[in-house]
Design a binder for this molecule. Structure first.
Ligand SMILES: [Zn+2]
Length: 575
C-alpha cells in the first residue's frame, strides 16, 4: 500500500491537474487521421524527473539491502513454522521489551541461521531451551550460532529476547508512538517498506512465512491492543498493564504483523458466519459505524470473484489509525477520514472513486492478493499491488458494471510513468516503482482483453487465486498458470509489460493508393504478438499484429481507424 501514499504525497495537486488535462486532450478510442499522433500515458508526456528509487535500482545494492534481500544459505537452510511475539509496550518511554519465540524446521544440516533486528534495538539474549546462543550482528542482520549442528528435518525453537526504543522511520514510522486528537497514546505499526525487523526480531524476508502465529501485547490498563488474528482474551497483569492475546491461524507476512494500541471502542457485525470486528476512537464511533458498512459489499464482491474470504477463522477487522491505511492481515488498518474517495480526492479522476471508500476497498483487496497470495521476493510486489488495484476495478464492475470499471481503470493511465520496469531487481529487497499499481492494473485489464472471453477470464482469475492462496510465488508462476490454462504463449506479453519500461506501440500506416492499412507492433519482445481490437469505419474486429508488417484491406482513403485503448493499454502511432 505505502507506495500509493508516496505518489499522493509526492505529486499532490499535480496529479489531479494531469488527469483533467488528460480528459481534455485525449478522448478515448480516438485516433486523429492524417498527422502523426502518439497516444501515450500522460506520465510520459509530462515526465517528472526519475525517482531516487530509479537511480538506486541501477547501482550496486548496499550491503544491508543485500543482507536483507538475499535468500542466502542461512535463510534457505530453514523453514519457518511459528512465531510467538510477546511484548510489553510503554507509551511514555516509547519502549518495547519482550520475546519472539521462533520455531523452524531445518532443511539442511547447519550451525547458523540468519534473522533480522534493526540496530536501534538491543538483543538481551537468545536461548535454545536454557542454553544461551552466540550471535553476530551485521547492520540489520542477526546471525545466530548453535553449539551443535542442527539436523535436517528436525524442528527447533529459540527464544529471542530484545528491548529498546525503536527507530521511527519510513513513511508511516514503521512503529509510531503518537497521541490521538484527545491526547491519549496511540501506537501503530506499518512497516512494509522498511520491514518488520524495525520493531521485532524475525526472519525478515518475503519467501518464507510462519504457518501460524501468536501475538501477545501488554499495554497500560486504560488502552487496548488490536492485532492480527482471532482475539483470545485479555489478562490483567496486576502491575498497571493488561496483556491482549491474539492468534493468527494462517500463514502471515512479517510486515502484516501489526499492533494498534489506543483508546479503542469496539463494535461488531457479521457477514454470514464471518465475524466482522471494528475498532475506532470513541469520538469517531458514529462515523465508523456508518462508513465501515462498506466492508460488507466489498467482501461480497471479492468473494463473488475469488471465493471465500481467505482468513475466515481469524475474522475480518477494520481498525482506525492515524495514517491512510495498510493491509495488515485480517486486521486492515484504516485512516481515510471516514470519507469516500482517497483522502477525500477522486483517486482516478473520472468521477467513480467518490462512490466508495478507497482504503476499505483497496486495503481489504490485499486479503486476497498480498496476504493470501504473496510474492516471494519484493521485486515481484506487483502481485500484491497490481492485482489489488485491479480488484478495485472488479469492485466497481460488481457494483456498477463493466463500462464504469473500464472508465475507472483508464483513469489510471494518467498516473503511469513508464520509466522503469514494474519488476525490480531480485534479491536486494528492492521496491518496484509506483507503476506496479497503475500499469499493473492496466496490464491485467489488457490481459483480459487478450483472453477476449469474460467468462473464461473470471474462471481464470478465480482459479489462479485458489491455486496459489497461502503460497509465496513469483511472476513466473502466474505466467505458467495462464499459459497452461489458455494454451496460449502469453510470456512475451507478460514480459513486455512487466520486464520492460515501455508499453507496446501499435503502428498503423495507410496506403491511399493501394487501399491497404499496414500494421505491426513496436515492442522490446521480438515474439510480441498481441491481438487487439480495432475498428475501421465503426466495424470492430480483432487483428493479431506481430513485430512484422501485415496488411488489411481499406475501403476508402477517408477510413476512420479506431483502437480500443480502454481495453488494451498500448500506444498507437498512426502515419
Ligand atoms: Zn496496496
Amino acid at each position: 500500500m505505502e507506495s500509493l501514499y508516496l505518489v499522493y504525497a509526492a505529486y499532490g495537486d499535480t496529479g489531479a491537474q494531469n488527469t483533467i488535462r488528460a480528459q481534455r486532450s485525449m478522448p478515448r478510442n480516438l485516433i486523429f487521421p492524417g498527422t502523426l499522433l502518439v497516444l501515450t500515458s500522460i506520465g510520459c508526456i509530462e515526465a517528472p524527473p526519475p525517482s531516487p528509487q530509479a537511480t538506486t535500482a541501477q547501482t550496486q545494492p548496499a550491503r544491508e539491502q543485500k543482507l536483507r534481500g538475499e535468500y542466502g544459505r542461512y535463510r534457505a537452510n530453514n523453514d519457518l513454522l511459528y512465531y510467538h511475539l510477546n511484548i510489553r509496550v510503554d507509551p511514555d518511554k516509547k519502549f518495547i521489551a519482550g520475546t519472539n519465540t521462533i520455531r523452524f524446521k531445518m532443511l539442511q544440516p547447519d550451525t547458523r541461521i540468519q534473522l533480522d533486528l534493526h540496530s536501534a534495538l538491543n538483543i538481551d539474549k537468545i536461548l535454545l531451551g536454557d542454553t544461551p546462543l552466540k550471535y553476530e550482528r551485521d547492520s540489520g542482520a542477526v546471525f545466530v550460532d548453535f553449539p551443535q549442528t542442527l539436523s535436517a528435518g528436525e524442528t527447533y525453537s529459540i527464544d529471542f529476547y530484545y528491548s529498546g526504543s525503536p527507530a521511527e522511520s519510513g513513511r508511516f514510522g514503521s512503529i509510531a508512538f503518537k497521541k490521538d486528537p484527545a491526547g491519549r497514546p496511540w501506537i501503530n505499526t506499518a512497516c512494509e517498506e522498511l520491514g518488520a525487523s524495525m520493531w521485532w526480531p524475525n526472519k525478515d524476508q518475503w519467501r518464507d512465512e510462519v504457518e501460524s502465529m501468536a501475538i501477545s501485547v501488554a499495554a497500560p490498563n486504560d488502552l487496548s491492543d488490536v492485532s492480527n488474528g482471532k482475539f483470545l482474551g485479555k489478562t490483567d497483569l496486576g502491575d498497571g498493564y493488561t496483556r491482549w492475546d491474539w492468534l493468527v491461524q494462517y500463514p502471515i507476512n512479517n510486515y502484516d504483523v501489526s499492533l494498534n494500541i489506543g483508546k479503542y471502542e469496539h463494535f461488531s457485525d457479521h457477514l454470514g458466519d464471518l465475524p466482522l470486528d471494528y475498532y475506532a476512537l470513541p469520538e469517531d464511533l458514529d462515523k465508523a459505524k456508518k462508513q465501515f458498512e462498506q466492508a460488507k459489499t466489498m467482501l461480497e464482491a471479492y468473494q463473488h470473484y475469488f471465493g471465500e474470504y481467505p482468513f475466515k477463522k481469524d475474522g475480518y477487522k477494520l481498525i482506525e489509525v492515524p495514517y491512510s491505511g495498510m493491509e495488515h492481515q485480517s486486521a486492515v488498518t484504516y485512516g481515510n477520514h471516514f470519507s469516500n474517495g482517497y483522502l477525500e480526492r477522486d483517486w482516478t479522476g473520472v468521477g467513480i472513486s467518490p462512490r466508495f471508500d478507497f482504503i476499505i476497498i483497496h486495503e481489504s483487496g490485499h486479503e486476497w492478493f498480498g496476504n493470501a497470495v504473496s510474492a516471494a521476493d519484493r521485486s515481484d510486489m506487483w502481485i500484491h499491488e497490481g492485482w489489488t488495484t485491479y480488484l478495485e476495478s472488479l469492485y466497481v464492475e460488481y457494483r456498477w458494471g463493466k463500462e464504469d470499471a473500464l472508465k475507472y481503470t483508464s483513469g489510471y493511465q494518467a498516473k503511469v510513468k513508464n520509466q522503469e520496469p514494474i519488476i525490480a531487481r531480485r534479491g536486494v529487497n528492492a521496491t518496484p516503482p509506483a507503476d506496479q499499481y497503475f500499469k499493473g492494473t492496466l496490464f491485467l485489464n489488457t490481459l483480459r482483453s487478450v483472453i477476449n472471453d469474460d467468462k473464461k477470464w473470471f474462471a481464470l482469475i478465480h482459479d489462479l487465486f485458489q491455486r496459489f492462496k497461502y503460497q509465496n510465488i513469483m511472476t513466473e508462476d502466474i505466467v505458467a498458470f495462464f499459459n497452461e490454462r489458455t494454451g496460449m504463449n502469453l510470456t512475451p506479453i507478460f514480459d513486455q509489460y512487466l520486464r520492460h519500461k515501455d508499453i507496446p506501440t501499435l503502428e498503423l500506416k495507410r496506403d491511399v493508393v493501394q487501399h491497404v492499412i499496414s500494421y505491426r507492433w513496436l515492442a522490446d519482445e521480438p515474439a510480441f504478438a498481441m491481438p487487439i481490437r480495432i475498428a475501421i469505419n465503426e466495424h470492430w474486429q480483432v487483428i493479431v499484429p506481430t513485430t512484422e508488417w501485415q496488411k488489411l484491406p481499406a475501403a476508402t482513403e477517408r477510413d476512420e481507424i479506431r483502437v480500443a485503448t480502454d481495453l488494451y493499454y498500448v500506444n498507437v502511432v498512426k502515419d
